[in-house]
Design a protein around this ligand. Sequence first.
Ligand code: SF4
Length: 430
Amino acid sequence: MLADVIPRIAAELQGPSADYSERPSSAGPERCIRSLVYHAAGTPRQPFPGRAMLIFDDSSWHEELTKDWIRKSAFTLHSEQMPVTLPGVITWKKGQTRWCRECKKNLPAEDLHGHPDGILTDLLRVDRLLEHKAINHFGFERIWKGDWPLDNLTQLAIYMRAVQLLAPELVEGLLLLKNKNTAQYMELLCQYHHEGDRLVVTEVVRSGEERRTVRHVMERAVEAAIAKFAAVEDYRARAVLPVRPFPYGTDFPCGYCGWAAACWGSFEEEFQAMAEGAKLADDVVALCNGIIAKRGQAKDMTAEAKELRERVAAMLKAQEQDIVDACGYYFQADSDAKELGGELDALRSGVRALLWQEGVRQGRAGDYSVTLSMRKRAGYFVEPTQWEQVDVRKVKPEDPKAKKSRKKKEPTDGEADPGPGLAGAGDPGS
Ligand code: SF4
């Protein structure tokens, strides 16, 4: 009855999409640059699915609920949604204006302008800038493990830089995250240093008295955000789209992206048009070296973690301290293996981006054969079809003697050349 009706209403009631402007909320390094270019170029955005609208709506209400709880505490929350500005940093928009929905007026488009959630004052009269985000359980757990929300931190850095123009003593900010599934909170205490344009996460606290001292540094946080906006403008002015930062079949963010149809509509044809058998550039070779090295390390780590797990099982009847030690080693080896997996993924993404840049889907990079292929995979929001995969194989370098003798033979017997180095099987593909 209502299960279908509510998302439909949410889909129908969404307003028209706002015109593109450089905003703190879209300034971070994780936001898809291709979607920003579509928006900046005025490509029509598809309406969001009803469920996505409900998710956005939930997040706004969670913010209100949190503020209500803060008001019941000894902290004072003030300056909510106050306008803050970094004047004149969007240099290419000099002389233009843009509409601010919150201020309800036109503002100079050359200013980077936004509205932080508020300022929190504690009992010692110390002020901290507050930014609230309501996120799902998986995102929440990822952040607790150190996968920092770089877009949210960039937004906080921009707000803090702007606030420090008026109140230089406000050096601390709080990114407050609410787990929408469990109502647990996590706060990331940050410092922003105007001088070096540096944001540092210094402490993470999670409901339930869990506290961790950390040091995650984002150098030139605001400068990098402005440089990204400048890159968007450059792509827009040249009418060029940047390479898709995510592989085909990506659920998030592509499943929620208003330009998904425009972005992926011609993908199959583009993929088929890519070259094969090309010689790839040296930067692909460097990334392939990294993949092969990390893959070996990851294999060793996984084997080590497996061995330690077996030792733990064998020790179940042994001394307690031995079990504690073995568990400690196991978790260390396991987390090292996961970290390496992340590094491998980053290297594969680098190879993928370079292949798309060059328009090549199979080629030779030094001693490696590199292939971009499509694999079957079930999807959720994006149609369950295929998934892009990068394979890197080490191939035997060509034997110079064999090459010489083949050269001699070729004119006489006309045998087919099997191709340099591709006959040997190396490490399995990624
Ligand atoms: S569909 Fe994905 S890759 Fe394409 S613009 Fe949107 S987020 Fe970026």
